[in-house]
Every structure is written in structure tokens, then in C-alpha cells.
Ligand binder design. Sequence first.
Ligand code: PEP
Ligand code: MG
Length: 318
Amino acid sequence: LERDAFAARFEEGRTRDGHRVEVAANLGNTAHTADAVERGAEGVGLLRTEFIFMAHAEAPDLDTQVAEYRQAIEALDGRPLVARTLDVGGDKPLPYWPVPQEDNPFLGLRGIRLALTQPDVLETQLRALLTAATGKPLRIMLPMVKDIAEFRQAKAIHDRLLEEIPETERATDVQLGVMIEVPSCALLAPSLAEEVDFFSIGTNDLTQYTLAIDRGHPELSAQADGLHPAVLRLIQMTVDAAHARGKWVGVCGELASDAQAVPVLVGLGVDELSVSARQVPMVKARLREFDLAEAQHQARLALAQATSEAVRDALEAL
Ligand code: PEP
Ligand code: MG
């Protein structure tokens, strides 16, 4: 089966009855983009740009960043790139950007909160992304957003750059989205969906914050299961709100490559799954195993359970 999946890796992501679901790759290193394409990735659904920053002894300047992002854009040859702006703090410290000692780093200065304390760093990154993608489409997303105020602050910088940089020197078709990783954003998705271009659900953090379980906890992390019905309801709210406004929704957390979760996510209406590059053939093969009506049935079944164990048992029993 794995051989078959690999042989069919360049087919578009579709369910058995042809319902389209884009399968993209998560990357932390732009040098791996060509490899992801070779494994069948239809784009990059999450470029974790913090790893580019971590690979340098000091903040990479504009030209260094442009060269980095260009490597991904060129290897993608027109396929979509979703670049996430710097997501440090929490479990990902950046030596040259010290964050004060915090009792709860996961509830502290991280993601967009941290980035907005130094808007010039965010501005340089956005400028680098926009200019690296000259003449090409580009999707940019913001990590750890908790409400629309943070989105608007970042969007103001983004919009100013779009005015400032001549159109011939920057990306042409730019989408600005937010990650749904904090429950408040899923709950407020209907109003957010009016202003963002897309959502990408980070189920690793969304599960952590919904269940109040540290995703890296040595004993508890196994219980941080994204198939928990509470997490699934937040995903449902997010997708419904986005689709009501004609916006698309991806999932870029680990749940996207969980064989039991794939039909549930598709049944909830998710448009894109972004997974580690080596999982791309498997996820595409999984999509071909069910049709949309079955997926919707599985989603309804999962939503009706009370615990993640009950969800997995109910899906297993089908
Ligand atoms: C997530 O939280 O699900 C996510 C994709 O982001 P990261 O794992 O990089 O925090
Ligand atoms: Mg995250």
C-alpha cells in the first residue's frame, strides 16, 4: 500500500468521489522545498520561518531573508506558499531576542504578541516575503493571534508595505490570514472571517489551549488529542464561519496527518491539509479511500462523542 501511495503522489488531493482537498507540506527549511514537491506536495501550507531565524546568530537582514524565501518560491514553481511570520517565544526561544523570564511561557510573550513588540522586525520580514515573491501569488499568515485587534495591527503594516513597494517589485496576489490556535479566535471566527483572507488551524496549539494540557508535557501530552470533540467543535465553527464568507480553511497541525482524523477534517469542510513532506503521499492515499458523504458522517459521529477516546473508538468501530 505504501508503494502504491508513493507511485500516486503527484495526483491531486481528492476524495474517492472527487471532492478536492489540497495536500501541502509543512517546512522549516526552504532548502527542503524541492524535496517536498518531489514527494507530491501541492504547495507549502506552513513555512515555519522561525527556523530560518534560529539558524542565524543574529536577526537575518532583508537581503538574507529575501534569498531564503526566494529559494522556496522558485522551487514551488507557481504552487502556493503559505509563509508564517516569526513564531518565537513559548517553546521556541530565539537567543538574540531575549524574552523576560516568565512563569508560563506558553501563556506569555509568543507569536504575534512578541512580534508586535518589535514591529520593525515584523515589517522587515513582511517586506522580504512580499519582494521575494515578485510577480507571484503569496499567502502570509500570523501565528498565535487571539483577536482581531492583533490581526489589524499586523495588517496595517502589511497594507502600508503594499502601497509603498511598486507593484512590479512585489507579490501580486497576496492573501493575509491568521492561524487558529487560540480558542478565542475560533469562537470569534465569524467576525474575523469578515477581514482575513483565510484561516489555517494549528491543531497542536489549539488542542493545548483548549484542553489545558502542555503539548510537550512528558506524561500528559498523549492526552492532548486533537480528535477531542471540544477541539472538533472549534474547528467546525472556524470552517463554517470562513465558508459563510467565501474564505478557505487549512489545517497545519499534526492532526492533518492522523489517518483517523483525515476524513473527520474533510467532513467538517477543511479545504487544505498541510503535513510533513514525507506524509504527503499517505494523506493523499487516505483521501482516496472515502467519499465526502462518508466523511461528513464521520464528522457528525465524532462531534456527538464526549471524549477523544470515545471519538477514536466510534471511528474504529465503523
Ligand atoms: C500548531 O500549533 O498546530 C502549528 C502548526 O504550529 P507549531 O506546531 O509550529 O506551533
Ligand atoms: Mg502553533
